[in-house]
Write a protein that binds this ligand. Structure first.
Ligand code: KG4
Ligand code: ZN
Length: 346
């Protein structure tokens, strides 16, 4: 079976071709065209521009992927496309393209939830793309520019949100703090680089909701605390920027790690999964791994490979496969009904 995946929910256009034989996966193509350099000068994504870039990029990327994989339309069995959550103008480009292909090529069309796709990015290993076997139930920490969630998972099609942010997402907080400190966009990679080997206890920052007893998060107050501290700081030199990056990052990591461990204990899980753009954060990966090792004996920790943390279409193709494999008939006429859902909830 060969699945075509399409991603266009924010500022990355992605096309992937995934071959599945039994329980063997093979990645034939996984191409991403990122707009991140365009949005550096704006300090964030401009939805109208993002949509126009998706229009420019999607079909050429599809052609390139098919040439690379040496496949023609007749080889493709089904098409998976992200229908939400995300920016409506961006999502529409992927959806309308996928609907057109589905009608013209007469292929089933599978709508994919972008957040589920971030979780299922854990299921593919390396460029070989072999399938990773996960023991369920699992607890997933999903951290991106738009979301911060703890999701309990019974299998590849069974997800339940057990907690989420009440205001800013953690990636959004990284981006806003970078702006406050006069660093570029996106903030996550820059902050984590500056934080390396810097004193993470120098600035005393709050750990919002760390003892709230539930699995919700809040990052807006932490961002404001950084802003206030920085306004008071007389010496806004390079060293202090690094110390602030480290102090802020550690505050985020403390809350994320503690709540993930608590949720894993409460739900008695066998595995913990990490997903979303912030899953690229080295300290989060390291400290979560250490804590799981220490406190949750026998629980296995999965984290996606670095190129699978940010938005890509391979994670979309994987999700589409799991939706499609047991009920292929459901998707033949789907192009008639699928609509974008910018605020889609798991
Ligand atoms: O999942 P993603 O690519 O797009 C959304 O679906 O939102 O996530 C993007 C977010 C941005 O906020 C970015 O600053 C953050 O992921 N990010 C990081 C790192 N790399 C990307 N945050 C912290 N540390 C990183 N190394
Ligand atoms: Zn994403």
């Amino acid at each position: 079976m060969l699945i075509l995946g399409i991603e266009s929910s924010c500022d990355e256009t992605g096309v992937a071709l995934l071959e599945i034989k039994g329980d063997k996966f093979r990645v034939l193509a996984n191409l991403v065209s990122s707009q991140v350099n365009i949005f550096k000068k704006y300090g964030g994504v401009v939805p109208e521009i993002a949509a126009r870039k998706h229009l420019d990029n999607l079909l050429p990327l599809l052609e390139k992927a098919m040439v690379k994989a040496k496949v023609s339309p007749k080889d493709i069995e089904a098409i998976g496309v992200v229908y939400g959550p995300g920016l409506i103008t961006s999502l529409i480009v992927g959806i309308e393209t996928a609907k057109t292909l589905s009608l013209v090529w007469q292929k089933p069309l599978i709508p994919v939830d972008h957040m589920k796709a971030h979780i299922l990015a854990n299921l593919v290993e390396g460029e070989s793309g072999s399938l990773v076997k996960i023991k369920y139930p699992a607890m997933c920490l999903v951290v991106s520019g738009g979301h911060t969630m703890l999701v309990s998972m019974k299998d590849e099609n069974n997800f339940k949100t057990v907690g989420q942010t009440r205001d800013d997402a953690v990636g959004e907080a990284f981006d806003k703090v970078a702006k406050i400190l006069g660093l570029g966009y996106p903030g996550g990679p820059i902050i984590s680089e500056k934080a390396e080997n810097a004193d993470k206890e120098f600035y005393k920052l709050p750990r919002p909701m760390i003892n709230s007893g539930d699995f919700d998060f809040s990052f807006s107050g932490l961002k404001t605390a950084v802003k206030n501290e920085w306004e008071w700081e007389q010496f806004k030199d390079k060293e202090n920027v690094r110390k602030m990056c480290a102090s802020f990052q550690q505050a985020c990591v403390d809350v994320l790690v503690k709540k993930t461990i608590e949720a894993a204990k409460k739900y008695g899980v066998k595995s913990i999964l990490l997903g979303g753009g912030v899953a690229a954060n080295k300290e989060l990966r390291k400290q979560l791994a250490e804590k799981i090792d220490l406190e949750l004996k026998g629980v296995k920790f999965f984290q996606p490979e670095l190129n699978m943390t940010t938005d890509n279409a391979l994670m979309v193709a994987i999700s589409a496969y799991f939706e499609y494999k047991d009920k292929p008939k459901n998707f033949y006429e789907a192009w008639k009904t699928i609509k974008v859902e910018p605020n889609l909830e798991l």
